[in-house]
Ligand binder design. Structure first.
Ligand SMILES: NC(=O)c1ccc[n+]([C@@H]2O[C@H](COP(=O)([O-])OP(=O)(O)OC[C@H]3O[C@@H](n4cnc5c(N)ncnc54)[C@H](O)[C@@H]3O)[C@@H](O)[C@H]2O)c1
Length: 410
């Protein structure tokens, strides 16, 4: 599905476009033109059949200008260092937009995690973490879940790090189970915040009447997003997952669809099937992208008929494609800040060994999301630009301030 065009140049172009709207200069942008570091390592893992397979792992830290780095660990076939670097750069900007005292990172392993047994997955996770012990920590680089990893994987990472350092360090990883220094709301945060963002942007733009939604990607993020949008009164007319896509113009019952997917492993069979490519060009109010990067590329962009594209997965719209989609993209920096905000809240709770109730967490998440929206929507209005450029400008100003205050060492 993915063209090989997740480029660092695309990220730089978007930063440069925002530069005239900021106090930052070409000079301060130079700090963010290269990731701070990328570690690449090989991971020999004993398989259940007695043999040894060697996998490749990566971890990029893009910036620590505003605080320790954080970002997801994806276990995904075909993962490259370049993919980690671009997504780590986006994380830096996202943390800055959300006003979190954190920088951006990303990493993972080139592996199809679904082909591993649970024991193989554990051995791979522990070897990955142990290779990274000297580079990670609550004050250095904090790992989080992403594609192909979940709360159990995070628990193994936390345990491996703690065993190797001789201290129980829950804050090295977020997205952990509740019984191990995890936080309420971490599974739902991204979908929940993305739904809040959608509602607010549509209201701000004066969209009224029926809101129809097509959702591409029905995993952690897509399901919760569908559920929340449905509760907000939207009609979910189409859903796609890896197996294919379904469509019903009268609206899909999201809870029953979720149960169907759990039972059968796919959304197929729940409603009439359509081609996944067709879903991307449906005439809907919101096309929500919650699978992976690069779904809307130059080839498909001219055919998109949605009034809005919600970029719930980072870089789901490639920069070249966005040239055809002026003003309709609710970008990743705005649409998908819920996950890292919840990570931040979990990290703060771990640091204090003091845990908040569910309503305190959901209140903090929605207040922070609302505050970010106030700032980004005001910037869009005053700068007379699109949401992506407004969000990049806010982020670059904050990063510029941090690098200026810190100065250059030595
Ligand atoms: N869950 C998190 O905490 C988290 C954190 C950070 C970033 N993200 C980002 O959000 C996005 C989704 O994450 P997630 O946790 O929901 O992942 P997930 O693995 O739970 O779900 C991904 C979904 O996309 C679907 N999909 C994959 N390929 C597809 C294709 N070709 N066509 C249609 N559907 C396809 C899968 O079937 C699945 O339903 C990713 O880009 C991820 O980086 C998630």
């Amino acid at each position: 599905m993915q063209p090989t065009t997740l480029t660092w140049q695309g990220l730089m172009r978007q930063m440069e476009r925002a530069l005239p709207f900021t106090q930052a200069s070409e000079h301060s942008l130079a700090y963010f033109k290269y990731p701070k570091r990328t570690v690449r390592f090989s991971l020999p893992v004993r398989m259940d059949d007695g043999g040894v397979d060697v996998f490749t792992g990566y971890r990029t830290v893009h910036s620590i200008a505003r605080g320790p780095a954080t970002g997801g660990v994806r276990f995904k076939e075909g993962l490259t260092a370049h993919e980690c670097e671009v997504l780590a750069g986006i994380m830096t900007l996202k943390c800055a937009v959300m006003e979190l005292p954190l920088g951006g990172a990303k990493g993972g392993v080139d592996v199809d995690a679904e082909k591993l047994s649970k024991k193989e997955l554990e051995r791979l996770t522990r070897r990955f973490t142990s290779e990274l012990v000297d580079f990670i920590g609550p004050g250095e680089d904090i790992l989080a879940p992403d594609i192909g990893t979940d709360d159990q994987v995070m628990a193994w990472m936390m345990d491996t790090y703690s065993e190797q350092t001789g201290t129980t360090t829950t804050g090295v990883v977020t997205g952990k189970p509740l019984g191990l220094g995890g936080s309420f709301g971490s599974k739902e945060a991204r979908g929940r915040a993305a739904a809040q963002v959608t509602e607010r942007v549509l209201k701000e733009d004066g969209v009224d009447g029926e809101v129809t939604v097509a959702i591409h990607g029905f995993g952690n993020v897509g399901r919760e997003l569908a559920r929340r949008l449905h509760l907000q009164g939207a009609k979910i007319v189409a859903v796609a997952d890896q197996g294919g896509a379904i469509y019903d113009s009268s609206g899909l019952d999201v809870e029953s669809l979720s149960a169907h997917r759990d039972f059968t492993g796919s959304v197929l069979g729940f409603a009439p099937e359509i081609k996944s490519g067709h879903l991307l060009t449906l005439d809907v109010t919101v096309l929500a992208l919650s699978a992976d990067w690069g779904v809307i590329h130059e080839g498909i962009a001219p055919g998109v008929r949605a009034k809005y594209i919600l970029e719930a997965a980072n870089r789901a719209v490639l920069p070249d494609a966005e040239e055809h989609l002026a003003g309709i993209v609710i970008p990743d920096l705005v649409a998908s800040g819920g996950g890292v905000t919840l990570s931040y809240l979990e990290w703060v709770q771990d640091a204090n060994s003091f845990f908040w109730a569910e309503d305190e967490i959901s209140g903090a998440l929605s207040r922070r999301t609302a505050q970010m929206l106030d700032q980004v929507l005001t910037a869009r209005r005053t700068l007379r630009t699109d949401l992506r450029t407004a969000a990049y400008a806010l982020a670059l100003n904050r990063l510029h301030e941090a690098t200026t205050l810190r100065g250059v060492y030595p």
